[in-house]
Design a protein around this ligand. Structure first.
Ligand code: ZN
Length: 471
């Protein structure tokens, strides 16, 4: 394994990119940039999940061929990722011919752990899943998400025998060989694992027309699990290629709602294939709006592009990487967003403007400093624990400390009495800022680039327009 491999969850393309997807991509991007600073070679995967009857129905409703429908929607996600200034090295679509063929080969390799069985139970056609009798009774026979009655269905399916791997999965998670961050989610999952049933991995063809055919059985189509989860290795070329230069993944980034599948079903598939488990699963929370879950019925859904169009990308990245915890649920309000923009303008934008103006006036030239900042160990500690927002806070405290230093030393008045000392103060402050800026580039790369250009120019000059103008 000479490359570090970071993965993001592949969204189901029956909708548009939302803030939850943005979190996946931003966190992956922060990790990628941080690891690249350490000289590591990184692969970052992204992709789209494109099979299933929901997509088939949606395409039919909109009267477009299903392949056109998924082409168009997959492209929306690719454009969205680029709009966040996130770069991936590999993009996988589950309708790629290579992916489909590789899934079938993976299925065949797992055949010792797959069996056919019939099943009868309560099913929600909206959720496309069976619910337990308990769930059926608790909801009085109606799916709360779809306001539709559950129907009794019986069918033949193939099952993956999770029980073959449970002990090994438990042992790996308990001992952090497969480390789940945060710890409270690891504990939640370990409680679920004991009762985790074998998982149905196919559907009758009448039910799902749009999917990968089960090898050797024309009547069955693969259900989401093997098709979608395998993307993390098919994109590397498995099983055609030896993937040991990139697998196991260093970190798989997911939302909290899909931890069960990534910590339970996915490791079972990997162990069945004789592959190593990923080293880390980083689980992030959901974004609420005004403290409420976003939902179409409440009408409080805010699209990422709506926020980005307000002040551009940098404030968007700043807000969701600093004011939203890496691991817990976060909250968005327009008031909080404006407050965050003001922090950028007042703490950082103003500082750059003032400092550059003073340096120009006093003919200060930048000279690199080799000193290791005393806050760096703390910063790295947070980064290594996936507390990206706390790491970002450390940088911001330092930015505020430079502002304070400027107020205390007043180089503008010092220049009148002791110009040499004034220059020394200013040089110290720009070295300080550039030391922070090196790491700021992980979070807000565009701004960091501008700051570097201002202060490392042959002749320092204040930006013609402030970095964060106030309207
Ligand atoms: Zn439902």
């Amino acid at each position: 394994m000479n490359k570090s491999y970071i993965t993001t969850a592949i969204p189901y393309v029956n909708g548009k990119p939302h803030l939850g997807h943005a979190m996946d991509y931003l966190l992956a991007d922060v990790l990628r940039r941080y690891m690249m600073m350490q000289g590591k070679e990184i692969r970052l995967q992204a992709g789209t999940d494109e099979h299933g009857s929901k997509i088939f129905k949606k395409a039919a409703e909109s009267n477009v061929p299903v392949q056109d429908y998924v082409d168009e929607n997959s492209q929306k996600f690719q454009d969205f990722i680029h709009s966040l200034d996130v770069e991936y090295t590999d993009f996988v679509r589950t309708t790629d011919a290579d992916h489909e063929r590789r899934c079938q080969e993976i299925w065949e390799k797992l055949s010792n752990h797959i069996y056919k069985d019939s099943y009868e139970g309560w099913y929600c056609e909206g959720c496309e899943r069976y619910v337990t009798d308990k769930e059926h009774d608790e909801n009085n026979g109606n799916c709360p998400d779809h306001q539709k009655p559950y129907v009794k269905l019986s069918e033949e399916n193939y099952y993956l025998r999770i029980s073959d791997f449970k002990d090994e999965i438990r042992e790996a998670i308990e001992n952090d060989k497969l480390k789940i961050t945060p710890t409270f989610r690891k504990k939640e999952f370990l409680n679920l694992l004991a009762d985790m049933p074998d998982v149905s991995i196919s559907r009758p063809k009448e039910q799902v027309q749009w999917g990968v055919p089960v090898p050797g059985d024309d009547s069955q189509v693969m259900y989401v699990w093997i098709d979608a989860l395998s993307n993390y290795i098919t994109v590397l070329g498995y099983p055609d290629n030896d993937i040991s230069d990139s697998w196991p993944a260093t970190t798989q980034i997911i939302g909290k709602d899909i931890l069960r599948f990534h910590a339970g079903i996915w490791p079972a598939i990997l162990l069945g294939l004789g592959l190593e488990l990923p080293r880390n699963i980083l689980t992030h929370g959901f974004i609420n709006v005004d403290g409420q879950k976003m939902s179409k019925s409440i009408g409080n859904v805010i699209a990422p592009e709506e926020i980005i169009s307000k002040h551009g990308l940098t404030p968007f990245r700043y807000y969701f990487l600093r004011h939203v915890s890496t691991i817990d649920d976060g909250d968005f309000t327009w008031d909080k967003y404006e407050a965050a923009y003001n922090e950028l303008a007042n703490d950082l934008g103003n500082l750059v403007q003032r400092l550059a103006t003073l340096c120009a006036k006093n003919q200060v030239e930048y000279a690199a400093s080799e000193a290791t900042p005393e806050w760096l160990a703390d910063f790295e500690n947070h980064m290594n624990n996936y507390e990206f927002n706390a790491a970002f806070d450390i940088l911001w405290e330092q930015i505020q400390a430079i502002n304070k230093d400027l107020e205390e030393n007043k180089p503008w008045s010092l220049a009148k009495t002791d110009p040499k000392q004034a220059k020394l103060v200013l040089l110290k402050e720009i070295q300080w800022l550039l030391a922070i800026n090196k790491y700021l580039a992980i979070f807000i790369p565009d701004t960091a680039k501008k700051i570097e250009e201002v202060f490392t120019a042959e002749q320092i000059a204040a930006p013609k327009t402030p970095l964060f103008p106030k309207n």
